[in-house]
Design a protein around this ligand. Structure first.
Ligand code: SF4
Length: 302
């Protein structure tokens, strides 16, 4: 049974109210801006209106997330990171999307469940968490019973994550860079790696390692995504070492090879190309040297 069905419905509603209160002094994500979202916008360029760009079954996620019937993906508009190479920049940076109500969101969740999706995949959810939690509350009342995937950029506030304890079954964060300097240069974040490390520890505490069902689809656990960037901009060895030492050798990791220059990447010659086979294979060697047990190789055939 999914975790949220073991909570009282009133508890989920209470947490949604708590998150709406936080909007008056917003510190939902790693930025901790402390601004009133009812009258101002900050790095996430979002006020209080819930905005999405699209939704539907997604078959291109990792096999343990998409399964055979797809992951019920909902793409939220805007993002608090400013990655210069973002592959979804029209949604995350240019704000393409449309406003919906929490009631609409709950109906979308039910629709995805009725289509047979294995889970509800919340893509870039953090800045809209109050509205999402209200949508979850309404969807559970209408019969939602599949797990949530929290698909985020990794720049999270641990205090916000604690409010999700017992509601989110699967965390799927990025671990983009193993040092703050890279985070600053390529994602506009001054302390990415510091905040990301704390977030990963909290996520692991809540859900543990991945648990698969009889269809080999994840029903619980942490899956960390690491996109290999050209010229080791992603500091792969540092990231993987941290995971092994702090989260354990059984932690699930997806090593992504699909990077291609998008958006403003042309302004940075060091990332203005795809990665080579040698670069990807180097990351595989690091995995083997460090001794991680559950790595999904997304891309090049190994
Ligand atoms: S969600 Fe993050 S970026 Fe947006 S206002 Fe809140 S703390 Fe700032």
């Amino acid at each position: 049974m999914v975790s949220y069905l073991m909570l009282e419905l009133s508890e989920i509603e209470k947490r949604s109210f708590l998150l709406f209160e936080k909007l008056k002094n917003c510190n939902l994500c790693g930025w901790e801006c402390n601004i009133d979202r009812y009258s101002k916008k900050s790095h996430c360029r979002s006020g209080i209106e819930l905005k999405i760009s699209s939704y539907g079954p997604h078959f291109g996620e990792e096999r343990i997330i998409s399964g055979k019937r797809g992951s019920g993906t909902i793409f939220f508009t805007n993002c608090s990171l400013k990655c210069v190479y973002c592959q979804n920049y029209d949604i995350s940076q240019l704000g393409n999307g449309y406003v919906i109500s929490e009631e609409d969101l709950s109906n979308i969740m039910l629709k995805l469940q009725n289509l047979g999706c294995h889970n509800i995949n919340l893509v870039t959810p953090t800045h809209f968490l109050p509205q999402i939690l209200k949508g979850i509350f309404l969807a559970i009342k209408k019969g939602l019973k599949i797990p949530f995937v929290y698909n985020c950029g990794g720049y999270e506030n641990v205090e916000t994550l604690k409010i999700l304890d017992g509601i989110i079954d699967i965390y799927m964060p990025d671990a983009k860079y193993g040092d703050n300097e890279k985070g600053k240069k390529y994602s506009g974040i001054p302390d990415y790696w510091d905040k990301c490390k704390r977030a990963l520890i909290e996520m692991k505490r809540q859900v543990g390692d991945i648990v698969l069902n009889e269809e080999k689809v994840a029903i619980k656990g942490l899956l960390i995504r690491h996109l290999i960037l050209p010229n080791d901009i992603s500091s792969t060895e540092k990231v993987l070492k941290f995971i092994k030492e702090e989260l354990g050798e059984n932690t699930w990791i997806s090593l992504l090879s699909q990077y291609h220059p998008e958006y403003k990447a042309y302004m940075y010659p060091e990332i203005d190309r795809r990665i080579t086979y040698e670069e990807y294979y180097k990351s595989v060697e690091i995995v083997e040297k460090i001794g991680l047990k559950n790595v999904i190789y997304q891309g090049f055939l190994i």
